[in-house]
Design a protein around this ligand. Structure first.
Ligand SMILES: [Zn+2]
Length: 363
């Protein structure tokens, strides 16, 4: 199973190099616009054909290196194939492949080909990025400039998980705001204990906010930093335990895919916990990077059926607060546990031979 992760790393671009970086972005965007015009005129999105039409012009006109010209053509072809219409390319990014981008783990730098040659830049990376980059030889990246003037390198990591065991089963993980994680084994993380500490912070926040003095605001900031560190520590602990368990038992970890729209409901509903949405997404992030680092397969499934379906008989049941009841087979239990079991079922349908999605939809 292929796992792709884009790792965003801040790039240190010294003042004297900014003009050349920005000029490269302008040349790349201008080249893309020329390629687009030719592609539309000739009505083709074929990379090879476009290359034969514009490659030499791009190099001569914009001073692009061979592979920067090829990347510009590739980007336009991809955009047109995806049927994105209209807008012009803006000088805010450049694509890189293994001939014009090299990552060096020894000194945490990346060398990038710009107009007039290649330059080496320091990557400002933290533990998270380092853990993912160690031992890797990434072959593609995108250099971007944000509105605030900072530069980032988005490095694509093709995670062939290191020495992944053949998965023997699936571990369903239901993530939530109140119960942070519920496993299909029945184990639950977070809940009452974390809740109590959050409530304490919430109460202190309310008092300090009401006070509104300068000193109160300062204390508020310090508290919120402490609370964020506490939640990050909890999230690290939970994700590490889940991954250790999955690796030990050779299980594929399955989560809900929350990139769609309707699923955000799940987060939106929890108004009382609005303050903790970031923590919810942080735990997801930790799980996906540890899965890649530890060689655990990770699968995302459609969450459409996970919360209302009864995992025993696959009929629709009803959820009230934290409990789930099925009128069809009489099952009742913790709603998040039922969700985790459904996630596991869907994960099995996707990953294990002999299972098919129709088995679920039949209910
Ligand atoms: Zn049932």
């Amino acid at each position: 199973m292929k796992q792709v992760l884009t790792l965003s790393c801040k790039l240190e671009v010294p003042l004297e190099l900014r003009p050349i970086v920005d000029a490269t972005m302008r040349a790349f965007a201008a080249a893309c616009n020329v390629v687009r015009a030719v592609a539309e005129e000739r009505e083709t999105t074929n990379k090879i054909k476009l290359q034969s039409l514009v490659y030499h012009d791009l190099r001569a006109q914009f001073g692009l290196s061979a592979n920067l010209a090829i990347r510009a053509i590739a980007r336009v072809a991809a955009v047109l194939k995806a049927k994105h219409k209209g807008s012009t390319f803006h000088p805010t990014s450049v694509d890189y492949d293994q001939r014009i981008f090299r990552f060096s783990e020894k000194d945490w730098t990346a060398s990038l080909t710009l107009l007039g040659g290649s330059r080496r830049f320091k990557l400002l990376v933290g533990h998270y990025q380092k853990a993912l980059l160690v031992g890797k030889n990434p072959t593609s990246a995108k250099l971007v400039r944000l509105r605030n003037g900072h530069y980032y390198l988005q490095i694509a990591l093709n995670g062939k998980p290191p020495a992944a065991k053949e998965p023997k089963g699936v571990l369903g993980v239901d993530l939530g705001i109140k119960n942070l994680a519920t496993l299909s084994t029945g184990e639950r993380f977070g809940g009452a204990e974390v809740e109590a500490i959050r409530d304490r912070y919430q109460a202190m926040r309310a008092v300090l906010q009401a006070k509104g003095t300068k000193g109160a605001r300062r204390l508020l900031r310090r508290l919120s930093g402490r609370e964020q560190r506490y939640m990050a520590w909890i999230n690290h602990t939970i994700s590490a335990r889940i991954m250790r368990f999955a690796r030990h038992h050779a299980l594929t970890v399955t989560l809900e895919d929350l990139t769609g729209i309707r699923n955000r409901n799940k987060v939106r509903k929890a108004q009382r916990h609005r303050h903790y949405r970031w923590s919810f997404y942080q735990l997801r992030g930790f799980l996906s990077y540890k899965a890649m680092r530890d060689g655990v397969a990770l699968v995302l499934i459609d969450p459409a059926y996970t919360s209302q379906t009864c995992h025993r008989c696959l009929h629709i049941g009803s959820r009230a607060g934290e409990s789930f009841k099925c009128a069809h087979c009489g099952y009742s239990g913790h709603a998040d546990y039922n969700g985790a079991r459904n996630i596991r079922l869907l994960g099995e349908c996707v990953t294990l031979p002999g299972h098919s999605l129709s088995c679920l939809l039949a209910g």
